[in-house]
Design a protein around this ligand. Sequence first.
Ligand SMILES: Cc1ncc(COP(=O)(O)O)c(C=O)c1O
Length: 422
Amino acid sequence: MTSDTVTGRRQREHARFGAATRLESDGPLPQPFPREIGPRAMEYLAEVVDSGLTCDMVGRFERAFADANGVAHCIATPGCTPALAVLAAAFDFEPGDEIIVSSVSDFGTVQGLISAGFIPVFADTAPGTINVSAETIESCISDRTRAILVVHLSGLICDMDAINEVAARHGLVVYEDACQAVFGRYKGRLAGTLATAGGFSFDAEKTMGSDVGGCILTDDDALAERARFIGHARAGEMVEHFGRVHTANGFAHRMTQSTAAISLAQLEIIQPQVKKRDRMIRLLSSLLDEIPGVSALPIPQETEVYSCWMAGFTIDPEQFRCDVEEFGAQVAAGGIPGASPMRYYLLPVALPFLNEAAEQQRFPYSQPPASRTYRYDAESCPNAHGILERFIRWSSFCDKYEPHHCEQAAAIVRRVADENRR
Ligand SMILES: Cc1ncc(COP(=O)(O)O)c(C=O)c1O
């Protein structure tokens, strides 16, 4: 799809974010909002206020989240978009260097690396899945590739051992977008701790949600220090007899004390919630798989804890009279608010400004020696495009689901499937 067709079809409605996306949600199934905030939230918030903003709630949250994930460093940010922007800026790459990224994700995955002047090269997903694999990544590697940014979409964890092995062979940094997989477990290790660094979101909608929040996790002492310096301190250093100088174009991407208070309270209740999500999504997936023409996302064996943020399924278009959009609309009308395709997650199509820059060879696409002709379209990622054309999801799936809600949701999907069967 060219940017012209995107512009032509654009409905002039601003995208909504956070809890605002769900305020009108209603239906027989549990809805995430109002969401449960940990019982000590008011105590922590009071501490922030009563201390006259002198307590270090952010530091406490950072320590607690790092410990809970078993890593050395947590750098708290106002979201995952800034977390990944800070990481991109902290890496020692040159403008025009390439970062291989999952083709299916939220814009927040790539905003920072684009701002840093790096070129996203979107790897296709493995056939039949919404995640990249070592094979789809390896075919994208060029002499300009510096890093691989993987996304564990919906909470399904990419095969990180294989990806790290490819990266090691080519001398590449690997980092993770773990926004949709907090406390998900892969081969005994946690999502976001499986490579050099991980970015997290604590947006209100997320599994561990605050208001707007996020963080970086890393075991790399030097990277943590640089991320804090660039990301929190605006790369400012004190020089004697002068004052502050900025040695890089740094950010003030600091988490607020009140967000840290809510995040700390959330952290105290997150583990059982994630375990519940894991149990419920496995049950729901098995029920959806019983419906002819409907398939749940395959759960890789290595995803030992499926910290599922959004539920979804693919349909076999040959078996139904209606298209995926209509199928989703009927599922939503049937009682699963928000059920809809997520075509916009196909990043090479959802970012027409990138294609324009590449076509016109504007910076950083003007940087010699460009390793290739860059093209951002659906054809460049056929597996990702193919699955998103058949995929329906709902991000109102939440820890309030009980087994009978999974049965109820599957029954709604089954009814729509039966009513539209050819
Ligand atoms: C996979 C993924 N990456 C990045 C982001 C951006 O996170 P934030 O809203 O905290 O900046 C999101 C949020 O929707 C996401 O789902």
